[in-house]
Design a protein around this ligand. Structure first.
Ligand SMILES: [Zn+2]
Length: 214
């Protein structure tokens, strides 16, 4: 019995627990820049929403939404996990890929890049009910395989965008969320090009805060 309960305790200890609210470094880019996540809301909130501001260095529009999300009051029962800049080296260069030429949003499964490994660990630890990834510049919401239609549609309706079934890309962050977090929904918001005007960023921030799982 002792051995069994010891094993159970060891298994429990091995499961990563959600982090306390605050800012933390979850990893480092190829060139050593810290990758930072901000966690807001209580650990025992009813729902967790993960939002990723940018993974492709030449698509920085999502950061305007992230800035809003860091300061807006949170609705009751929400835990918000914010990863603003997932590809700092690419952002510095203005390139889609990381410093080693890896497309991070095709790297989940192979994990050649420290940046995608950091995001994967964050996903496993926080187990989001909804994960929203900002990209550019198609002006639509992509619904990947495995995402619940109603959740994606509700987001798109709130921001006035159309929903399109995502092409079957392999190794995306969304596919990773769906694989590791049962009953989660992960999707991609393709903002139009350029920097979103404040009213657009506000609309998306509100829609993120209103997101709930199926
Ligand atoms: Zn992209």
């Amino acid at each position: 019995m002792l051995a069994l309960s010891g094993l159970a305790a060891a298994l429990l200890a091995a499961l990563p627990a959600p982090a306390a609210a605050g800012t933390e470094t979850i990893g480092r880019s190829v060139e050593g820049t810290p990758i930072r996540a901000v966690v807001r809301g209580p650990q025992d909130a009813g729902r967790t929403v993960l939002v990723v501001g940018t993974v492709h260095g030449d698509e920085q529009g999502g950061l305007a939404v992230i800035r809003e999300l860091r300061r807006r009051p949170l609705p009751e029962g929400l835990r918000l996990v914010i990863l603003g800049q997932a590809n700092p080296d690419g952002a510095r260069r203005g390139t889609r890929l990381n410093a080693r030429g890896v497309d991070l949003n095709r790297d989940f499964g192979r994990f050649r890049a420290p940046e995608s490994r950091a995001l994967a660990a964050l996903i496993r630890r926080e187990r989001p009910d909804v994960a929203i990834h900002f990209h550019q510049a198609l002006d639509l919401v992509y619904r990947p395989r495995g995402a619940t239609r109603t959740v994606v549609r509700a987001y798109a309706r709130r921001v006035g965008m159309r929903v399109v079934a995502s092409p079957p890309y392999r190794g995306t962050a969304s596919s990773y969320v769906h694989r590791f977090v049962p009953r989660s929904t992960s999707f991609v918001v393709e903002l139009p090009g350029g920097r979103p005007p404040p009213r657009v960023a506000t609309r998306h921030a509100r829609s993120v805060l209103a997101a709930r799982g199926p």
